[in-house]
Design a protein around this ligand. Structure first.
Ligand code: GDP
Length: 332
């Protein structure tokens, strides 16, 4: 995208549902160039009144659990039922050229050629904050273009889940039965984010194990304080391969969304997410300035070694760094 983009034309194309324009608009919000960033914000301001209409679902699980198989199976069911489905991904480690999460479209062969679906790989490698920002902004574009289901896939490692949980209505955690202990491999923090859990690969020889794992997980969840007084996360079993149980998983997602709406929690949740996003951007940009400011970079080795050697107090060193950014503590 070499020229400064024509924002009104992009806005019109997105609202008309043009796939080509939508792809260009996503490339624009993913760009880090200053003039692109400014144009992207104009575009988002124009489109925001047309956004918000989708059911936003995060889908997580460790690699191999069956996320792409699940999204392909669920997505094609949803488009067959008349929905328009957007599939996005948050994977800060990905590069588009190396086979990564959603990196090659063959992972979702049917969905990526389905005219009622739009599959977009994760923005390529960058900070989690940058990737999450682009994905949030892409959700606005997708909704303005009339997609009524937005699925955001993320890998089950690191902080990506927290970022995705902060941009969706319902967070679905996929897991599989593991002999002995189905909780192994699920970090406790992730369990607390989940609104719906599904034990995948409940087919063939694994079917019994999957149902046993679901029971075990239900027991474990009872020990956690639910995040909402109105919702206890259900644990289901399904098979992305055979399609068994997929309708029940989707019904649970819809029930969660309906429960939020019924208690006025959906609007509240989305408003809170917007404010949290604003602060996340402030934090990211401050950290970015810290990392890139040449004066700070030049001063850090000496300050760190002074603190290490006990010749400098951490507080004074911190004040010196903030001072270099023009943010000295007024009390000092
Ligand atoms: P991801 O890494 O979480 O996206 O997992 P994939 O969707 O790539 O699936 C990993 C492997 O598990 C592949 O070989 C799939 O064919 C297989 N798989 C996915 N879902 C199921 C399922 O429901 N049942 C069985 N038996 N295998 C599955």
């Amino acid at each position: 995208m070499p020229r400064t983009p024509d924002v009104p034309a992009l806005a019109k194309g997105v609202l008309d549902g043009s796939r080509a324009v939508l792809a260009r608009a996503i490339t624009l919000v993913e760009s880090t160039r200053a003039d692109h960033r400014a144009a992207a914000q104009q575009l988002l301001l124009e489109l925001m009144p047309h956004a918000g209409g989708a059911i936003r679902v995060g889908i997580s699980g460790v690699p191999g659990v069956g996320k792409s198989t699940f999204i392909e199976a669920l997505g094609t069911r949803l488009t067959a039922a008349g929905h328009r489905v957007a599939v996005l991904a948050v994977d800060p480690s990905s590069t588009r050229t190396r086979g990564s999460i959603l990196g090659d479209k063959t992972r979702m062969g049917k969905l990526s050629v389905d005219e009622n679906a739009f599959v977009r790989p994760s923005p390529s490698a960058g900070t989690l904050g940058g990737v999450a920002r682009a994905t949030r902004e892409t959700i606005v574009l997708m909704e303005a273009a009339g997609y009524d289901v937005v699925l955001v896939e993320t890998v089950g490692v690191g902080q990506s889940e927290v970022a995705v949980a902060g941009m969706v209505d319902t967070f679905l955690l996929l897991t599989i039965a593991r002999t002995g202990d189905s909780l192994q491999g699920i970090k406790k923090g992730i369990l607390e984010l989940a609104d719906v859990l599904a034990v995948n690969k409940a087919d063939g020889d694994h079917e019994k194990d999957a149902h046993a794992a679901a029971r075990e997980l239900r027991g474990a969840l009872r020990l956690l304080t639910p995040s909402s007084a109105h919702w206890q996360p259900p644990v289901l079993a399904c098979s992305a391969r055979t399609g068994a149980g997929l309708d029940d998983v989707w019904a649970a997602v819809q029930r969660h969304r309906a429960t939020l709406e019924e208690h006025g929690e959906l609007a509240q949740k989305r408003a809170d997410q917007q404010v949290e996003w604003m602060w996340a951007m402030v934090r990211d940009q401050l950290m970015d300035r810290l990392r890139t400011d040449p004066r700070v970079r030049a001063a850090i080795p000496e300050l760190e070694s002074g603190v290490r050697a006990g010749q400098q107090t951490p507080t004074l060193a911190a004040q010196e760094i903030l001072g270099l950014l023009g943010m000295a503590d007024p009390a000092s």
